[in-house]
Structure formats: structure tokens, C-alpha cells
Design a protein around this ligand. Structure first.
Ligand code: IYT
Ligand code: CU
Ligand code: CU
Length: 289
């Protein structure tokens, strides 16, 4: 951030950076520069073009003009995940990514009573050297969830058949707003459910490491469930952008062999109830926070 002084709590500020080169390059490391006392979280996106040409702007106006892809997340009180050796995000060239957009969520504005200028950010290490493995993000998200008021447990189920070259998940991030209790992601192979990651969205929304490494191959199904509660609400809650709306997201960060790499994939398909009938029971239990 170019020295900003938020005046209200929960300000989301965005700033764009043009990549130094137009040629293909690889992002291989991130170093956060964030002050726990001021920044609540920060996200780094890769973009074709940013939403604004201002020096910095309120992220409510958008982050990327075109498709945006998350590359890095830092959240207060969570250790940031590193890229494994030989793994890089492809940027520049035909990747279509020519900008980074940094989003910083500033928490309590009291931290700025002294009017100081904040330079929260992240150092991105880029190399032109080809990497053997390409990093990517597979996003599972729900678009049609409705949470009725006072309903104790509501599930948002998402599942897609996986038909791309083999991928190796190494980190995951969950995202909901206030009503989310747990988000779980699985690989389903021949009817067997194997956990990719399970986390409370009320904990810091960083990328957490995949604990037991696994591969995802054509013929597998990727499945995710968000558990919500409608308790405390007086009307239906829908998917949407404000903090009183909800979202159900699971981001799987993976690597793939460079020769046939796909960097961004999305699944928005509602899961088949006959499939989710077999989800492990632990996906239905809120994570205590
Ligand atoms: C409707 C919804 O669930 N939006 C999510 C997921 C999302 C992320 C990206 C949707 C699109 C994207 O290009 I990147 I279309 C969402 O907005 N998630 C927020 C951030 O915006 C990334 C989050 O914190 O995960
Ligand atoms: Cu935050
Ligand atoms: Cu959201």
C-alpha cells in the first residue's frame, strides 16, 4: 500500500501493480509485510487488468476488470503457506496475467488514530526461469444456497467430475461470511471419500497445508460442503457480496506438470444428493472456534 490511512473500521483497500515484463515468468515466492495490529487480512490476485486506474481504491469498486485469480492470502494469526520447490504461478505471456492487485482488509480504525501511513504489502519473487511444476487454483463455489432464518443446519453442496491432467493439491482456503461453520473438501474416487481439507471459515482465512498429500486424476470427483446456520437471522440469507449475505468457497491450490498445466478451474455445480449421502459425518460437525 502506498502509505494509506483508513479512517473507518473494516476498510478494504486495493492497489494494482503492472508486471515488470510482458514475457512469460513465474512467481515462486511471497514474503508478507503486514502488521498484525492494523491489517486483518491481505489477498493477492493476478489480473489481466485492474478495476481501477487510481493509485489505490476501495475494493468495493472491484478488484480485477476481467477474470481474477487468487495467488496468495495472508491472515492475522495464521502462518502463510509457501510454494513447494520447483512450483511457480505462470504470469505474463499467454497466461493473460499482467497485473497484480493487492487487497488489504484494515480492521479497527483505532490503529490509525495517530494518522500514520500504512505500507502493508507482499514481496513477490518472479523468475524467467521455467519451472517444472505450475501452480494453480481450483475454486469450488455455491451460487444457489438459501439459508432460511433460524434453521439450525443448512448444507451447500458442490461437486464436479475432474477431467483435467493429474493435479496435486498442497494447500486450501475456505471462505464464507458470518453463518459458515465448517467447509470441507474431498476427492471422491470409486465411491471412496478422501479429505483434502476441512476448516472453520471463522478462523483466519489463509491457505492451510493439505495434511495428507494426494493426487486428483481424471475420473475423480471433487466435492465440497459448507455447513451454515440460520440462527440469529430473521429473513432468508442468499449468496451475495455484502457481509450480511453469504458465500461458500473452497480454494484448492495445486501443482501440475508444466507440460499440460491448467492454472485456473472453477466448479459451481450443485452436488447430487445421492453422492452427498455418503459424505463423511465429520463434514456435518461445526468446528469449535
Ligand atoms: C460469489 C462468491 O462466492 N464469490 C467468491 C468467490 C470468487 C472468487 C473469485 C468468485 C469469483 C472470483 O473471480 I477470485 I467470479 C468471492 O468473492 N470470494 C472472496 C474474494 O473476493 C476472493 C474471498 O475472500 O474468497
Ligand atoms: Cu479480513
Ligand atoms: Cu465473500
Amino acid at each position: 500500500m502506498p502509505g494509506v490511512t483508513p479512517t473507518e473500521s473494516d476498510t478494504y483497500l486495493c492497489k494494482s501493480y503492472r508486471l515488470p515484463e510482458d514475457d512469460e515468468a513465474y512467481v515462486v515466492d511471497f514474503k508478507p509485510h503486514a502488521n498484525m495490529a492494523t491489517a486483518h487480512h491481505m489477498l493477492l490476485f493476478g489480473c489481466g487488468a485492474p478495476s481501477s486506474t487510481e493509485e489505490y481504491w476501495d475494493c468495493g469498486a472491484g478488484t480485477c476488470r476481467d477474470k481474477s485469480s487468487i495467488m496468495y492470502a495472508w491472515a492475522r494469526n495464521a502462518p502463510p503457506t509457501k510454494l513447494p520447490k520447483d512450483v511457480g504461478f505462470k504470469v505474463g505471456g499467454i497466461s493473460g496475467i499482467h497485473y497484480f492487485v493487492l487487497q488489504v482488509h484494515y480492521g479497527d480504525a483505532k490503529a490509525f488514530q495517530d494518522k500514520h501511513k500504512d505500507c502493508t504489502g507482499v514481496t513477490v519473487q518472479i523468475t524467467q526461469e521455467r519451472q517444472p511444476l505450475i501452480a494453480g487454483i481450483y475454486l469450488l463455489m455455491s451460487m444457489d444456497t438459501v439459508i432460511p432464518p433460524e434453521k439450525k443446519a443448512v448444507y451447500a453442496d458442490i461437486a464436479c467430475a475432474y477431467e483435467k491432467p493429474a493435479m496435486y493439491p498442497f494447500a486450501y482456503r475456505v471462505h464464507t461470511h458470518q453463518l459458515g461453520q465448517v467447509v470441507s473438501g474431498y476427492r471422491v474416487r470409486n465411491g471412496k471419500w478422501t479429505l483434502i481439507g476441512r476448516q472453520s471459515p471463522q478462523l483466519p482465512q489463509a491457505f492451510y497445508p493439505v495434511e495428507h498429500s494426494l493426487d486428483v486424476r481424471p475420473g475423480d470427483i471433487l466435492a465440497a460442503r459448507c455447513l451454515f446456520t440460520g440462527e440469529g437471522r430473521t429473513s432468508n440469507t442468499y449468496i451475495g457480496g455484502t457481509s450480511s449475505d453469504e458465500m461458500c468457497n473452497l480454494y484448492i491450490m495445486y501443482y501440475m506438470e508444466a507440460a499440460h498445466a491448467n492454472s485456473y478451474m472453477t466448479c459451481v455445480r450443485t452436488g447430487d444428493p445421492s453422492l452427498f449421502h455418503h459424505i463423511p459425518e465429520i463434514a456435518n460437525i461445526p468446528v469449535p472456534v
